[in-house]
Design a protein around this ligand. Structure first.
Ligand code: NAP
Length: 493
């Protein structure tokens, strides 16, 4: 069985301690590969390589924007060549239906192309200024931050890697990257693509290992200038406290428990279909899943009946066979989700469908959970308050717009939200009241490389994607040029 290695300073390397970890296919419980198990010393070596690359050899940092752009386009073209392999790796490793993995790969390729274009676009401002010292020009220059540590989760293995790597590299930084040890395979392939493209040695380093060791070392290192993290709010908090030592810049994309507010004047069939996407896409393992569904009481019965019918009809199976829903990512994630379902029942929510492990035939070997719809939920229930990260939604009924807004905002999170209504003034009113970084009106879930992604409140700090996503990886320098000739005459003697 193949052993996947670290990529440090342009070399594929086994971890110094020689340990290895199993990578399991969640649809079959079978072994897919081994990864080398890195610890603190491997991470220190990778950070040193990134530091040398940025501060000494400077090959990538000093490459001009046009040539960096060409390299990102080359990476995108090579990804295109391997797109079927990349998609299959994510499905085998994560379990998601193949068509969803194919969509992720396509988005990832376009993300590299987007940042290849953006890095060549005009940037910065020039001002003519005079504050008593004579006329000057003041202008801004964007520069790379330096050594960037990046840590990602398992739910969109390739896409989350690319959302971080493409803008960081576009800006000219050097990177130390740690993917989730649950689903590292497509990221390893991405680094093989970097090598094939001829990305300079040391500017992109991959370290495979656990968060507690590799991730913590990255976040705490005084030689890392910035750390960006996508994952749970709890780990985000520990990254923030680790980062305090050298006051490194941070970017945090964290958890959510997003509301979906459905008004009685909406097109119910369309709202039902989007609610399915908002809840069950990617097996519900989506940070922005709008699984807290608020339905206005006039349409409650019809909405629930239609949603349950659709959820019951979902096909479930091995992601390679393109079912509607695949397995959860791991046995422990499955058990966590089943635990929430039990809690929902115990706290008085009404389970309308699903909510159990599927053990028919071959599926018994994997981690399959039948999509669950809970009705008669209230704000104080655990399944309404906490992020479940699985195919479970909870339905709460509301009477008025004010009540819906209050319940939507009654959460520590603020990642996303959705509104369904045919009243455009109401849509805009409610959108403005919901405290979240991403809002969908009459739709749910799609993301775009051009648009900023990130949360309010405990869902994070900073933004990925779009222009903001590039700026996160840049320092802005103010430069002032004296336009006057000769002596200013400020001190007469
Ligand atoms: P997680 O447990 O927080 O892990 C995320 C990453 O952090 C993994 O690579 C993990 O390593 C690493 N890690 C764990 N402990 C660490 C520590 N002490 N220091 C540094 N790194 C550490 O999250 P997950 O279970 O993988 O992913 C699910 C979470 O991600 C959900 O809460 C979801 O909402 C969030 N998410 C947010 C967004 C967004 O855009 N806001 C997008 C996707 C997912 P190992 O697991 O390899 O040990």
């Amino acid at each position: 069985m193949e052993l996947k290695l670290n990529y440090i300073d342009g070399e594929w390397k086994e971890a110094l301690g020689g340990g290895k970890r199993e990578v399991i296919n969640p649809a079959t419980g079978e072994l897919l590969a081994y990864t080398t198990e890195s610890t603190e010393n491997d991470t220190i070596e990778a950070i040193a390589a990134a530091k040398r690359s940025f501060y000494k050899t400077r090959q990538w940092r000093d490459t001009d924007g046009q040539d960096r752009s060409d390299m990102l386009l080359k990476i995108a073209d090579i990804m295109e060549k391997y797109k079927d392999e990349l998609a299959k790796l994510d499905t085998l490793d994560n379990g998601k239906p193949l068509r969803e993995s194919e969509g992720d790969v396509s988005d990832a390729i376009h993300c590299f192309r987007y940042y290849a274009g953006l890095i060549t676009a005009p940037s910065g401002y020039t001002y003519e200024v005079n504050n008593g010292f004579g006329k000057m020009h003041s202008y801004t220059v964007a520069e790379p931050v330096g050594v960037i540590g990046q840590i990602t989760p398992w739910n969109y293995p390739l896409l989350m890697s690319v959302w971080k790597l493409a803008p960081a590299l576009a800006a000219g930084n050097s990177v130390v990257f740690k993917p989730s040890s649950n689903c590292p395979l497509s990221t390893v392939k991405l680094f093989e693509i970097f090598e094939e493209a001829g990305l300079p040695k040391g500017c992109a380093n991959l370290v495979l290992g656990s968060g507690g060791s590799v991730g913590h070392t990255i976040a705490a290192s005084p030689d890392v200038d910035m750390v960006t993290f996508t994952g749970s709010t709890k780990v985000g908090q520990s990254i923030m406290s680790d980062a305090v030592g050298n006051l490194k810049k941070i970017g945090l994309e964290l958890g959510g428990k997003s509301p979906n507010v459905i008004f009685a004047d909406t097109d119910i069939d369309s709202a039902v279909e989007w609610a399915m996407i908002g809840t069950f896409f990617n097996q519900g393992q989506v940070c922005s899943a709008c699984a807290r569904i608020y339905v206005q009481e006039e349409i409650h019965d019809e909405f629930v009946e239609k949603l349950v019918k659709k959820a019951e009809a979902m096909t479930i199976g091995n992601g390679l066979d393109n079912p509607d829903i695949g397995p959860l990512v791991s046995e422990s994630q499955m058990n966590k989700v089943l635990g929430y379902i039990e809690k929902g029942k115990a706290e008085g929510a009404k389970l309308m469908c699903g909510g159990y492990r599927v053990t028919d035939g071959e599926l018994a070997k994997g981690y399959f959970v039948r999509p669950a719809v809970f009705d008669n939920c209230t704000q104080d229930m655990t399944i309404v308050k906490e992020e479940i990260f699985g195919p479970v939604c909870s339905i709460v009924t509301f009477k008025t717009e004010e009540e819906a807004i209050a319940m939507a905002n009654d959460t520590q999170y603020g990642l996303a939200g959705a509104i369904f209504t045919n009243d455009s003034a109401r849509a805009i009113r409610v959108m403005k009241e919901i405290r979240a970084g991403i809002m969908w009106i009459n739709c749910c879930e799609p993301t775009f490389n051009q648009a900023p992604w990130g949360g309010y409140k405990m869902s994070g700090i900073g933004r990925e994607l779009g222009v903001y996503g590039l700026e996160e990886y840049q320092e802005i320098k103010q430069v002032n040029i004296n336009l006057n000739k000769g002596v200013l005459g400020w001190y007469e003697n």
